[in-house]
Design a protein around this ligand. Structure first.
Ligand SMILES: *[C@@H]1O[C@H](CO)[C@@H](O)[C@H](O)[C@H]1NC(C)=O
Ligand SMILES: *[C@@H]1O[C@H](CO)[C@@H](O)[C@H](O)[C@H]1NC(C)=O
Length: 527
């Protein structure tokens, strides 16, 4: 056997350091990108176990990729319920319609807080159910997992990892009080726009003022809405003085679903690994009937539209507006639409229940992608260099679209004031070669692709790195152990200020004494 064949054999054999990985995912679109990691880990010969809730919407019990452990739960997370999400969407649109007043801002955040609070409580219950099941805990401990992989958007997994004392890797963009960087990296509010601000990294004074406000609300949310349910669990199982935020900050590696073609540049940390766009993959051929439809668009090309996994349809009124806009364009349109068939639907538009999104985005005839502006779809659009029309609806979608717009690769419309005319004009702009959207997108796409290592490979490397070394504490800063005043050196500044004041005071007193005695002497002399 030649050396080459030997190498090949070595490569083909399952790697001998394949490990056991316990995965604690978040449902919905979060699971879609966790599954990408699970698939890749499975392909590399690792054994994967997924902790799922009996009420799970997306995480299936049976899979060739993993074995699952189902935790019985009475109450579903509201984010996992189609009915709740459609109500939440309606309410969010209603609130947005009246935006501009202070009262409306209160409405917006109280809607968010109540959704959030309910969710965190359900997740905390889930964790308690795990901790209370001694058979399960024994099973989990006996299996001797090498790694705990979780999405800490809701930090249930963080508590379970701490309980089982396992090295932890996060697949993350959001944590329970906003963007993940804010938990570990310095995030100056002067150029790092906070969630819901819709600002870029260039802010004027008033925008910076608002940015501090948006930040303060999220700090409030952390302490009074998101944390308390977990804090109760921490105190019950880990004793006093353990707080959930510090447990989160102890995570070994943060696989952050961010790339700087999308996110504004900002300070980072050594244990942050950027995997934004990791789900990107080349497109496959379309099913023949769809291919025929796409080809029939001729020189005009096609527009594709989908509003993602959590959101249903926008109601008949909005659907009519969108259908009429599409009908007036020369392009062909493929629209993933779940509601009633709009009356204004043109014969250029095909409604589908499901679409091969990646394959359509990769098709050379696809000209514009109409989306709600979730990050999964946006990274796919950048990967395939397709300009984007956003119809942002909830959560981070407005901020996401603002980032895309700042790069000159997208525009977005306001759902609460959308009419056919605006929709048509915005689409025509995006299609117009003179407006440069396509050429900007091509450049951005090239930047995303031009990397020494593909983001998914990087994710695999770091997951296996943590397994090999049983953690990565050498990459973690000690910052999270500091109280806030030490973190900002306020104690040092205070001491220096006090010292300076004291010195000034002594100098002043001394001068006054000298001055007075001089005065006295001159007085006696003149007498
Ligand atoms: C505890 O976990 C075991 C093992 O996963 C499971 O069979 C059992 O039903 C669980 N018990 C309860 C009360 O949920
Ligand atoms: C589609 O509709 C347009 C305008 O309503 C019409 O001119 C055209 O013939 C129709 N095409 C087909 C294939 O029905």
């Amino acid at each position: 056997m030649g050396p080459f064949a030997l190498l090949l054999l070595l490569w083909l054999l399952p790697s001998c350091d394949s490990g056991k990985i316990l995965v604690y995912p978040i449902d919905g679109s979060h699971w879609l990108n966790m599954r990408v990691l699970v698939e890749a880990l499975h392909a590399r010969g690792h054994q994967i176990t997924v902790l799922r809730s009996s009420t799970s919407w997306y995480v299936s019990e049976k899979s060739p990729l993993y074995t699952s452990i189902t935790i019985e739960q009475q109450r579903p997370q509201n984010l996992e319920s189609e009915d709740f999400m459609s109500l939440f969407l309606q309410r969010s649109i209603e609130i947005r319609r009246n935006r501009g007043s202070l009262w409306n801002l209160v409405d917006f955040y109280s809607n968010l807080f109540s959704m959030n609070e309910e969710n965190q409580e359900v997740v905390a219950e889930f964790v308690v159910t795990i901790f209370e099941n001694k058979t399960l805990i024994k099973e989990l401990t006996d299996t001797r997992y090498d790694l705990f992989l979780t999405d800490p958007a809701f930090p249930g997994g963080v508590l379970v990892a701490h309980y089982l004392k396992l090295p932890t890797v996060f697949n993350v963009r959001w944590i329970f009080n906003g963007e993940a960087h804010f938990a570990i990296a310095p995030s100056p509010l002067s150029f790092v726009p906070q969630l819901f601000s819709q600002f870029t990294d260039k802010m004027n004074f008033f925008q910076r003022l608002s940015n501090v406000f948006y930040h303060s609300v999220l700090v409030y949310m952390l302490h009074f809405v998101s944390s308390p349910p977990y804090q109760a669990v921490c105190e019950r199982y880990f004793g006093p003085g353990v707080d959930v935020m510090s447990l989160l900050q102890e995570g070994d590696i943060w696989l952050l679903r961010v790339d700087f073609v999308f996110e504004f540049p900002r300070p980072t940390m050594p244990n942050v690994v950027y995997i934004g766009g990791f789900q990107g993959k080349p497109s496959n051929a379309l099913p023949s009937d769809l291919e025929e439809f796409v080809e029939s668009s001729g020189e005009h090309g096609v527009i594709i539209m989908t509003l993602g996994t959590l959101l249903g349809d926008l109601g008949p009124e909005m659907s009519e507006i969108i259908a009429a806009a599409f009908a007036s364009l020369p392009q062909k349109v493929i629209w993933r639409h779940v509601g009633q068939r709009p009356k204004a639907l043109g014969n250029n538009t095909r409604l589908v229940q499901w679409m091969p999104q990646n394959d359509l985005l990769g098709h050379p005839k696809t000209k514009v992608f109409v989306t709600h502006g979730g990050t999964n779809g946006l990274y796919e659009a950048i990967y395939h260099a397709v300009p984007v029309l956003g119809i942002p609806l909830i959560f981070d979608q407005f901020d996401n679209m603002e980032r895309m717009k700042a790069r000159g690769v997208a525009d977005y419309v306001e759902i609460t004031s959308l009419d056919t005319d605006t929709m048509v004009k915005t689409l025509q702009n995006l299609l117009d070669p003179e407006k440069q959207y396509k050429s900007n997108m091509l450049k951005l796409s090239q930047l995303l692709h031009d990397k020494p290592i593909k983001p998914l490979d990087s994710a695999m490397f770091w997951i296996e790195f943590v397994m090999r070394h049983k953690g990565a504490p050498h990459l973690r800063t000690e910052s999270y152990k500091l109280p806030w005043y030490s973190y900002h050196c306020l104690d040092v500044i205070g001491t220096i200020l006090a010292a300076v004041m004291l010195t000034l005071f002594i100098v002043f007193m001394f001068c006054r004494c000298v001055f007075r005695s001089l005065m006295r002497r001159t007085k006696t002399k003149t007498e």
